[in-house]
Design a protein around this ligand. Structure first.
Ligand SMILES: Cc1cc2nc3c(=O)[nH]c(=O)nc-3n(C[C@H](O)[C@H](O)[C@H](O)COP(=O)(O)OP(=O)(O)OC[C@H]3O[C@@H](n4cnc5c(N)ncnc54)[C@H](O)[C@@H]3O)c2cc1C
Length: 426
């Protein structure tokens, strides 16, 4: 932690530079009574877990940093459940599981914290194991109204059921989560087929991926050049056999290389050469995440659209990338959580970045982000609310496109769980 109490040492640079009002570490009664009483209607409490988003610290607002007091990890080997504090980052979870030859469907980066899990959690392994929220067994925390909650998937009463569903996908608006219990999985060997491809190759690979079995998934990054990762878990002979068939098909893509790993925990996605997740201290950024189904016959038009978007990017560090869902993530009923877009196959995200003190460039870059979103909407009409943008004009539309038919239920839940809106507004 920096000495200056008004700054927060976090990976996200916007949040790191924010001049916060106060920093607190523990959830206690003071949080919900007059001690930290918010002074205006537009004030609310920012919650920080991994600190990878622009919403964990804001100018003039209080941040509750969960990393110090809620960082416990405990594995119950008999039940195959791991309990983690609300301030645990995925790197620590994976390192812990590694020692026990187990794994969890974490995302493409080890930096995010519990926010990854609570907002859905899309992993290269999700096609086989589901989203992170699909693997939550119990949750502890405090609703925005100060009520302590301890919910177990197996013993929910009817009053708790809606809150349970709400916490899976929309927790940031309803509660401060201090403990999550997660199902864990036996580790298996992984093969990654990766490398730079051209547009024509990308379209062929997307086409192939839309027919992938559930042990395979595709992730691509479209920056100056295009880089792809095909992820394959080899759990048994059948996986091995199927993966070999795809490897044969991929032999024609001469720039691709195969890398083998003992297990998922050991992989670091995205090569340094792309300079993507190097959190450049001189830049600020925003990310918007979209969701949509198979591209099928639209792959060529989509690639043309992507080409235009990348040609127009106003700052070198802007890019668009995507990960693949489907398989198990489509099996869950949309009512099981507030991640309702279960029919989705692709989650592209637009990364918009600008020189941090250049307000003119910020405006241009955010315009590019919104225009690119507009262009991609025909392919990916929904939103994955992995980043909260209540400081941007797009917030209302993002909330609407995330929660769709369940938005009115969520608003009711917000009124019950957080009536004074001490947590981020919907
Ligand atoms: C490099 C990188 C790679 C990523 N890859 C993936 C990916 O593969 N799949 C995917 O689905 N997402 C991915 N994400 C998105 C990421 O999972 C989300 O943005 C997530 O919300 C970040 O959580 P955090 O705890 O790190 O962030 P924070 O900024 O600490 O938290 C984000 C918000 O979540 C809420 N929150 C966090 N913890 C709690 C808690 N314990 N209780 C209540 N509210 C809480 C708060 O409102 C907070 O403002 C990636 C992000 C980055 C930066």
């Amino acid at each position: 932690m920096k000495n200056n109490n008004n700054l927060l040492e976090v990976p996200n640079i916007n949040s790191r530079d924010a001049q916060i009002k106060n920093l607190i570490y523990k959830v206690d009664d003071n949080l919900f009574n007059s001690h930290y009483k918010l002074t205006s209607k537009s004030e609310y409490l920012c919650v920080c877990s991994g600190g990878t988003t622009s919403s964990c610290a804001k100018n003039g607002l209080i941040t509750l940093d969960l990393r110090k007091e809620y960082n416990q990890i405990h594995l119950d080997k008999e039940k195959n459940l791991i309990k983690i504090g609300g301030g645990v980052i995925m790197k620590d979870l994976m390192n812990y599981l590694e020692k026990h030859n187990k794994t969890f469907p974490t995302g493409l980066s080890k930096l995010p914290g519990a926010g990854y899990i609570l907002t859905g959690g899309i992993s290269p392994m999700s096609r086989r194991y589901g989203l992170a929220i699909d693997n939550i067994a119990s949750i502890k925390g405090y609703l925005g109204n100060g009520t302590f909650i301890s919910l177990e998937q197996k013993s929910l009463n009817s009053a708790q059921k809606l809150i349970w569903e709400g916490l899976k996908g929309a927790a940031p608006f309803l509660a401060i989560i201090t403990e999550i219990s997660l199902k864990t999985f036996q580790s298996h060997p992984i093969q990654i087929i990766e490398g730079f491809v051209d547009e024509n190759e990308l379209s062929k690979i997307i086409n192939m991926a839309e027919g992938f079995p559930e042990n395979l998934s595709l992730q691509w990054i479209y920056a100056e050049k295009i880089y792809i990762y095909i992820f394959a878990e080899i759990k048994n002979d059948l996986d091995n056999k199927i993966t070999k068939i795809y490897l044969k098909k991929l032999e024609n893509f001469t720039s691709l290389k195969i890398k083998k790993y003992e297990n998922y925990n050991q992989i670091n996605f995205f090569p340094k050469e792309l300079d993507l997740f190097e959190l450049n201290k001189n830049n600020h950024s925003e990310v918007i995440s979209l969701l949509g189904g198979d591209l099928k016959d639209d792959i060529q038009i989509f690639i043309k659209c992507m080409n235009e978007i990348i040609q127009d990017k106003p700052n070198n560090s802007c890019y668009v990338a995507s990960q693949q869902l489907g398989g198990k993530t489509k099996d869950f009923e949309y009512k099981s959580s507030f991640f309702i877009h279960r029919a989705s196959t692709w989650k592209p995200w637009i990364y918009a970045s600008w020189k941090k003190d250049d307000l003119k460039e910020k405006e241009i870059v955010l315009k590019w982000m919104n225009e690119s979103w507009g262009k991609l909407k025909i392919f990916f009409p929904k939103i994955h609310l992995a980043q909260i943008h209540n400081h941007l004009n797009s917030h209302e539309e993002e909330v609407d496109l995330s929660f769709g038919k369940r938005l009115s239920e969520l608003k009711t839940l917000k009124n019950i769980c957080d009536p004074e809106s001490i947590l981020p507004p919907l």
